[in-house]
Ligand binder design. Structure first.
Ligand SMILES: [Zn+2]
Length: 297
C-alpha cells in the first residue's frame, strides 16, 4: 500500500492507494496554522489512522509547497512559512519509524498525471497548477525532474514573455519583482486584471462563468488571460518541448482554455507545427495527493 499526504496551508489530505493505484480511502484534517510540532503530529496521526482503517502498513510520500534544499535537506520557498528551514522529511520519518519521501506539490501533481492521469505514457510532461499561485513540475519518462536547485519547472516567477507595452513593468509580485507570470495567470492575477479593465470586482470563477454566459467584459478578460497563458506556455515549449502540458488548480476548470490556448501558442513557438497537447488534469484536486503516494514506485 502507498500512502500519499498533501500538506497544504489550510488542510492536510491523506490517501491510500493499493498496488494497482486504486484509491482505498481518503482522509483530511485542518492544518495547525503556524505550529510545526502540531503539523508533524497531524501528518503522523493521518498516516496512523489510514493504517488502522486498512489494516496495512504503507510507504509514505508527502507533497508540500516549497522545495527541499539539496545542500541542507531543509525545506525552503514554502508559503507555509513555519515549515521553512525544517528537516520535514527527516522529522516525519523519525515520528513514523520509516523513511518518508518529500516533494514539491506541483511535482506531485505532474507525477500523478504522468503516471496514470491525463498524460499517462507521455515521455515529457509539464504539469501546471494555476490557482492561488502558479506552480509547475516536470516529469521525464515517469520520474520527477528535481534539478540542481530543486526548482525545476518553477516558471511562475519568470517574467511574462513577449510583453505588450501595457504589461510593462507589470504588477508588483511578492517575490520582489514586477510582471511575473504568476501576477497575470494566478486566480488573483485574473481578478486584478479584470478589476483594472472594468472597475468590477469579481472572483476568477465568476469571471469565467459570466464570460461563458456572454458577458462582454468578462469575455475580454478571459481572452487576455488565454493569450497570456499561450505566451507563457510557448516559453515552456521552446525550452522543454513537452509531449503534454497538464493544467490543474482552480483555473484549470475553465473549459475554453483547452481549445483556445493551443490555437494561440503557435504564434510564439519556434516550430512549423506544435504537437504538444494541452490537457485537463484527470484527477482534479486529488492529483497532488495521488502523486505524493506515487513518490514510492
Ligand atoms: Zn514573482
Amino acid at each position: 500500500m502507498r500512502i500519499g499526504i498533501d500538506l497544504g496551508g489550510t488542510k492536510i489530505e491523506g490517501i491510500a492507494l493499493d498496488d494497482d493505484g486504486r484509491e482505498l480511502l481518503r482522509k483530511r484534517v485542518t492544518t495547525p496554522a503556524g505550529d510545526y510540532p502540531a503539523t508533524l503530529a497531524a501528518v503522523a496521526g493521518l498516516v496512523q489512522g489510514i493504517e488502522q482503517q486498512t489494516g496495512w502498513e504503507g510507504t509514505v510520500g508527502v507533497g508540500t509547497p516549497g522545495a527541499v534544499s539539496r545542500a541542507t535537506g531543509r525545506l525552503k520557498n514554502s508559503n507555509s512559512v513555519c515549515l521553512n528551514g525544517k528537516s520535514l522529511g527527516q522529522d516525519l520519518g523519525a515520528l513514523l519509524g520509516r523513511p518518508v519521501r518529500l516533494a514539491n506539490d506541483a511535482n506531485c501533481f505532474a507525477l500523478s498525471e504522468a503516471t496514470d492521469g491525463a498524460a499517462a505514457g507521455a515521455e515529457i510532461v509539464f504539469g501546471v497548477i494555476i490557482g492561488t499561485g502558479t506552480g509547475g513540475g516536470i516529469v521525464v519518462r515517469g520520474s520527477v525532474l528535481e534539478g540542481a536547485n530543486a526548482i525545476a519547472g518553477e516558471w511562475g516567477h519568470n517574467p511574462l514573455p513577449w510583453p505588450h507595452d501595457a504589461e510593462r513593468p507589470g504588477p508588483a509580485c511578492y517575490c520582489g519583482r514586477h510582471g511575473c507570470i504568476e501576477t497575470f495567470l494566478s486566480g488573483p492575477g485574473l481578478e486584478r486584471d479584470h478589476a483594472a479593465a472594468t472597475g468590477q470586482t469579481l472572483s476568477a470563477a465568476d469571471i469565467a462563468r459570466h464570460g461563458q454566459q456572454g458577458d462582454e467584459a468578462c469575455n475580454a478578460s478571459l481572452e487576455r488571460y488565454e493569450e497570456r497563458l499561450a505566451r507563457a506556455l510557448a516559453g515552456v515549449i521552446n525550452l522543454l518541448d513537452p509531449d503534454v502540458i497538464v493544467l490543474g488548480g482552480g483555473l484549470s476548470n475553465i473549459a475554453r482554455l483547452y481549445a483556445n490556448v493551443p490555437r494561440l501558442w503557435g504564434g510564439y513557438v519556434f516550430s512549423d507545427r506544435v504537437d504538444t497537447r494541452l490537457a485537463a488534469a484527470k484527477y482534479g484536486d486529488a492529483s497532488g495527493v495521488r502523486g505524493a503516494a506515487w513518490l514510492w514506485d
